[in-house]
Design a protein around this ligand. Structure first.
Ligand code: FES
Length: 93
């Protein structure tokens, strides 16, 4: 179960929501959600706490905290995932 209160402002975290891995980022109180699957060859991206980016360990693609592609070999942004807040809990929309 993913809780909004466990994702500090300007931090990212990977959580399972309804069995699906979701990359979550708290942007000034608003939670942005993305697929963890790198669009290059489907490895899972990881949160880079120092640089505040999503980094792919397989071939080095990098994405901004808000999912936009920064560096390939991936050629597109992380897929957005719709979520809704139910109190402190985050659910798939
Ligand atoms: S699978 Fe992510 S960079 Fe290749």
């Amino acid at each position: 179960m993913a809780k909004k209160s466990e994702i500090p402002d300007n931090e990212g975290k990977i959580e399972k929501i309804a069995g699906k891995k979701v990359a979550l980022f708290n942007k000034a109180g608003k939670i942005c959600a993305f697929s963890t699957i790198c669009p290059h060859m489907r490895c899972d991206v990881l949160w880079n706490k120092r640089d505040k980016t999503w980094d792919c360990p397989c071939h080095g693609s990098r994405f901004q905290a808000t999912g936009e592609l920064m560096r390939g070999p991936a050629k597109r942004d992380l897929d957005k995932i719709g979520i809704k807040e139910k109190g402190d809990e985050l659910e798939l929309a």
